[in-house]
Design a protein around this ligand. Structure first.
Ligand code: ADP
Ligand code: MG
Length: 396
């Protein structure tokens, strides 16, 4: 079902305006874009539309300005960076709606690019206010089309992701299409063996995803901080490790129901404190010292996980295996990234903001089939939820 959405290939663009929702929610430092990954990810869609003779009106949110103008969250630095990447001028609008912006949009010619100011400067964005959505949609003129390429915002029913689709035909851009193809295929028609790897800090956040994947995957490998709650549920002493006692019962029931599919670490790296220079050692699960904390998976676990992964045809990975932000606890995460990179015949999909960052730090991004640009959106998708921004797109 996810694969049957209309895309920008299904539209004749000559003489049309595209109202294009992108995810330009990028990090800024000293008034400049400090990481342009998300801008680059939108370029194939932008270039295609420009080649096809469309005029582009781009909209995005940036940060959390709470419905008010906050000059520190202006998209102006993004216009500068985008112009460099596209090699053509990008007109920066003073707002995202209103008479001045309407005039800029009306004057826009084929091949020209207008970037609207932060949609979250208006309270109507998050409220999905129909009047605000209509004012955005009107910018595209009578034969305009809404294009959504912001998968990372598709789990939110806002004016620029859902509301505008009430007033304009809605199709997906290439980035959205790629996300839906990889994540959708993995959930609906994965090639088996299908192995999921789950990690990260909190289990409670991810219980629905673990449950969903346990129902679809052949094996689910658990690492990272979330494994601790399962260890405790099994009766192991975990010292001062991060544990969520309120989901101990959930962990017990998942172990009881899916025990043969769940694979937990067999050894771990423990440390005497949560710090980059902590005293640390590798121990078996039975030997976690009192007062110490588990901060990474151990080498025997890496070997066991690699063995299981070596047969996989489809792999989804969400959540780092350890506190990868500290180099001494990054080895488990980097080893798993390397293991996936060494499986050229498997479809390898990375979901989650920190997981994507870890894979990038490991230098393995290009070796993966797909690194999702959506953190919260990819998790909700993997839970099996319908994302409102996807539902709003026209079916093929
Ligand atoms: P993602 O963003 O990919 O979904 P999460 O946000 O769930 O991932 O988890 C990432 C965080 O989990 C990282 O900041 C990492 O330091 C932390 N983490 C991983 N393993 C542990 C651990 N054993 N103890 C504490 N924190 C951990
Ligand atoms: Mg995260």
């Amino acid at each position: 079902m996810h694969l049957q959405k209309k895309t920008i290939r299904d539209v004749d663009w000559a003489g049309r305006k595209a109202l294009l929702r992108v995810d330009f929610n990028v990090p800024l430092a000293n008034g400049q874009v400090s990481d342009d990954t998300r801008i680059r990810a939108a370029l194939p869609t932008l270039r295609y539309l420009l080649e096809q003779g469309a005029a582009l009106i781009l909209m995005s949110h940036l940060g959390r300005p709470k419905g008010k103008v906050d000059p520190a969250l202006s998209l102006a630095p993004i216009a500068t960076r985008l112009a460099q990447l596209l090699g053509k001028p990008v007109i920066m609008a003073p707002d995202c709606i209103g008479p001045a912006v309407q005039q800029l949009a009306e004057n826009l010619r084929p091949g020209e690019v207008l970037l609207l100011e932060n949609t979250r400067f208006h309270p109507g964005e998050k409220k999905n206010d129909p009047a605000f959505a209509k004012a955005l949609a009107d910018l595209a003129g009578p034969n305009g089309i809404f294009v959504n390429d912001a998968f990372g915002s598709a789990h939110r029913a806002h004016a620029s992701t859902v509301g505008v689709a009430k007033f304009l035909p809605a199709v997906s851009g290439f980035l959205m299409e790629k996300e839906l193809t990889y994540l959708g295929n993995a959930l609906e028609a994965p090639e088996h063996p299908f192995i999921a790897i789950m990690g990260g800090a909190k289990v409670s956040d991810k219980v629905p995803v673990i449950r969903s994947l346990l129902n679809k995957a052949d094996r689910v490998l658990i690492g990272g901080g979330m494994a601790n709650t399962f260890f405790k549920a099994q009766g192991y002493a975990v010292g001062k490790s991060l544990v969520e006692d309120d989901v101990l019962d959930v962990a017990k029931s998942l172990l009881a129901t899916f025990g043969d599919r769940l694979q937990l670490p067999i050894d771990v790296v423990v440390a005497d404190g949560f710090k980059p220079d902590a005293v640390h050692k590798i121990v078996a699960l039975t030997d976690v010292p009192d007062g110490w904390m588990i901060l990474d998976i151990g080498p025997a676990t890496v070997a066991a996980f690699k063995e299981i992964l070596s047969t996989a045809k489809t792999i989804i990975w969400n959540g780092p295996m350890g506190v990868f932000e500290f180099p001494i606890f990054a080895q488990g995460t980097f080893a798993i990234a390397q293991a996936l990179a060494n499986l050229p015949d498997a479809v390898t999909i990375i979901g989650g903001g920190d997981s994507a960052a870890a894979v990038r730090q490991a230098g393995m991004t290009d070796k993966m089939s797909h690194v999702s640009t959506g953190g919260g959106a990819s998790l909700e998708f993997l839970e099996g939820k319908t994302l409102p921004g996807v539902a709003a797109l026209a079916d093929k």
